[in-house]
Design a protein. Structure first.
Length: 132
């Protein structure tokens, strides 16, 4: 019985040590071993179309455009812009950027940030909320 009492804390400590390993985390670009992982906020599965309302009164519609790509439509009323964005490095959540780097969409849960360069060269950034 004493051996069992001594083994329980040791087992718990080993389990915690395994969770706090210093090994680097896997990124979807550098592995392919036959199973899928959910990566910090984004998934390789088909994304549903989502519509966000932004602080500048814009709406942003985000939909799947293929592997690691989204199509965004943003604007106000009848003046809408479209862009196809590729996945980019993100500290948290999901981040997508256009090839010309003039449009980006960052999303974590129900919050998003749209950044774009307007036709006059002005860079605008606005925060958005899903379904607001």
């Amino acid at each position: 019985m004493k051996t069992l009492k001594m083994l329980l804390p040791l087992t718990a400590a080993l389990a915690l040590a395994a969770c706090a390993s210093d090994e680097p985390r896997h990124h979807h670009e550098d592995h392919n071993h036959g199973h899928s992982h959910a990566h910090e906020g984004h998934s390789h599965a088909h994304r549903p179309t989502q519509t966000f309302t932004c602080r500048n009164a814009f709406t942003v519609t985000v939909k799947d455009a293929g592997t690691d790509r989204v199509a965004v439509e943003y604007g106000l009323n009848d003046r809408k812009y479209n862009a196809v964005l590729d996945i980019a490095v993100s500290g948290s959540g999901e981040r997508y950027v256009s090839a010309d780097k003039k449009t980006s969409w960052q999303q974590k849960a129900d919050d998003g940030i749209l950044s774009f360069t307007d036709p006059y060269g002005n860079v605008t950034e606005t925060t958005c909320r899903l379904g607001s």
